[in-house]
Design a protein around this ligand. Sequence first.
Ligand code: HEM
Length: 143
Amino acid sequence: MNSTRDVSRGQGQPAMNPLAAFHLRAAAVYAVIGMVAGITMSATHHFEYGPAHAHLNLLGFVAAALYGLLLKDRADLAATRLARLHAGLAHAGMVVMIAGLVILFSGNPGLGEPLAKIGSAAVVLGAVLFVALVFRATARRAA
Ligand code: HEM
């Protein structure tokens, strides 16, 4: 019989595919960072960072969790180059975009704006690839 420790470690469960696990783990980390940023922003009255906080929580935590949940049951899709490219663009773009927003709102638009633009362009490209992933996942015949 499995002990509580075995269950908490997922013993006896099929392993989650690595890309879905990456999205879900990243989402959980973004959630903590985003929430701590929200509390810090509130405590220090630096509400100018609101958009950075909001995008970290929504593009980071919420969107990445949805990516992970979609791919969790589709190891075949998660193993495609499309899915890996999507993950790269979505996560790298989000991190660069948030860094850009933080730098921008801290008073350095010269550096912050281009970073926010590059990051958001990567995020949008990733979103386009996500459309293709969703259409494949929801196709009547398996992709
Ligand atoms: C411990 C958790 C959180 C704390 C302490 C927190 C705190 C805050 C604060 C202080 C603001 C600024 C409000 C203002 O400007 O008057 C804010 C804005 C916002 N938060 Fe959070 N937040 C938390 C979690 C989240 C999560 C999980 C999400 C989304 C999934 C989220 C999305 C937003 C959005 C969309 C805004 C509006 C930003 C704007 O108007 O520019 N927050 N939050």
